[in-house]
Design a protein around this ligand. Structure first.
Ligand SMILES: Cc1cc2nc3c(=O)[nH]c(=O)nc-3n(C[C@H](O)[C@H](O)[C@H](O)COP(=O)(O)OP(=O)(O)OC[C@H]3O[C@@H](n4cnc5c(N)ncnc54)[C@H](O)[C@@H]3O)c2cc1C
Length: 260
């Protein structure tokens, strides 16, 4: 069985993040890392590999040179190989174009299952997995709190506010898992050393038969007109509670609705 895990390289949310003049994220100005929510996707794929026989886990990313770090981290966690799609023409792509390129790469990799995170930690749209499933004509099972494969059947449990749904489909399929799907493992020293020897393929749009004219900023269906920095968070107010006035001050604060 071959499982492809889609992993995105994103700006570190704890660092300074800014936008470039063309409205895209200034990725060169920020340190990047593997999107935290995609670690859960890798973990779920590795658990299937741990339980199964002859299961290959391939980490796939679409991103600039630095996105190699997302593959490296996935290999250190235990993925067996990587595929890095890197092409300048992709810069500024919207979710439609991103899903077009990833669907073409997945078709070329021929997996039985594609596992994604619930959303990236930068664009955070949560739409790419469903878009890819649509483009491939495969079932899409999204936002799974659990993931399991039995024979040619994949199933997830999706937890909603009022009910949980158990959803299953025949392979091949695209699934996304949430951050409630279980703790992601940390790379072991053995895993970090082994990662250096694992194969990584490098593909460009030409390898996928995708025309550069349909991706990138110029082809994007949505345009960022302006970006304005969020005002800095106001400092909190400290209320000494020596004489029990604290609770009254808190009630005043809450009833005034200032915290919204
Ligand atoms: C701040 C911001 C706002 C944006 N707004 C829009 C917008 O309004 N409309 C629009 O069409 N585009 C928008 N984009 C662009 C969009 O984010 C990118 O096209 C992106 O690659 C896909 O969207 P996402 O990151 O939200 O993915 P999501 O749909 O949140 O990603 C879900 C999962 O798909 C997989 N995945 C997503 N991208 C990649 C990748 N590059 N490589 C490998 N796996 C991946 C991962 O498993 C991820 O967990 C925005 C980007 C940013 C940074």
């Amino acid at each position: 069985m071959r499982i492809v895990v889609l992993v995105k390289y994103v700006p570190d949310a704890t660092g300074e993040r800014s936008f470039a003049a063309d409205g895209t994220v200034d990725r060169a100005a920020a340190d990047g890392l593997l999107s935290e929510l995609d670690e859960y996707a890798i973990e779920q794929a590795l658990q299937i590999a741990d339980e199964g026989d002859d299961v290959e886990v391939v980490a796939m990313t679409l991103g600039p040179d630095d996105a190699a770090d997302a593959i490296k981290r996935s290999l250190q966690m235990g993925a067996s190989a990587g595929i890095h799609i890197n092409d300048e023409a992709v810069h500024g792509s919207d979710s439609l174009a991103t899903s077009t390129v990833l669907a073409a790469a997945i078709a070329k990799a021929e997996p039985d299952l594609v596992v994604c995170g619930m959303a990236s930690t930068d664009g955070a749209m949560g739409v790419v997995p469903a878009m890819i499933a649509e483009r491939l004509g495969w079932p899409g099972l999204t936002f799974g709190a659990t993931l399991s494969v039995s024979g040619d059947t994949v199933s997830i449990r999706r937890d909603g506010d009022v009910a949980s749904q158990t959803i299953e489909a025949s392979l091949p399929a695209v699934v996304s898992v949430t951050d409630q799907s279980g703790e992601a493992r940390y790379p072991s020293m053995k895993g970090i050393l082994a990662a250096k020897k694992k194969p990584v393929q490098h593909w460009a749009l030409a390898d996928l038969g995708v025309e550069p004219a349909i991706v990138g900023l110029a082809a994007a269906s949505s345009t960022v007109l302006e970006t304005t920095p969020r005002p800095p968070k106001e400092a909190g107010r400290i209320v000494p509670d020596s004489d029990g006035a604290g609770s009254a001050a808190l009630v005043d604060f809450l009833s005034a609705g200032k915290y919204i």
